[in-house]
Design a protein around this ligand. Sequence first.
Ligand code: ADP
Length: 180
Amino acid sequence: MCRTNRGVTVWFTGLSGAGKTTVAKEVEKRLEEKKIRIQRLDGDIVRESLTKDLGFSKEDRNENIKRNTFVAKLLTKHDVITLCSFISPYRLAREYARREIEEVGEFVEIFVNSPIEVCEERDVKGLYQQARDGNIDNFTGISDPYQAPRNPDLELRTDQETLKESAQKVIDYLTKQNYI
Ligand code: ADP
């Protein structure tokens, strides 16, 4: 089979602390070793720049996804493997991203799935504690909804897999699809 020339957006969705950033970084490292052109777009980082003006209402979250989809689409159009890690809790917003990006390339939705109890136990950024204490409004999984993907292209159970296993599943999927 010949290798596709199309770019790909790999879209990691899941609760805070599920492992989106950690897996995306590991995948980034492995793809860089293969000299593949990649770009990571991370919710925490873009919210300090591109979408600094936005909060966490449904409207703002959708706007956040809209702007990042715009960037991911440009990168994908130029055959960059674009790794997006956004909680992206709303199904319709993720469908919007897929629709837009599939106009120029491939879109892979990855459900980074870990039970909220495990995410809360990890509490990587101390946000669950703050949300429980009532210091953060609209916190996904606690005071805001998370609409899990019904039919993701790939699901990672980061509470049951090691990081290396999760990253390998992503690489294996992209390889099987001839995206890399
Ligand atoms: P998110 O980006 O989804 O908010 P992070 O990647 O910041 O989550 O944090 C996930 C945490 O879970 C990290 O501390 C990471 O070391 C841990 N972890 C444990 N197992 C895994 C796994 N299989 N994949 C990814 N992260 C894992």
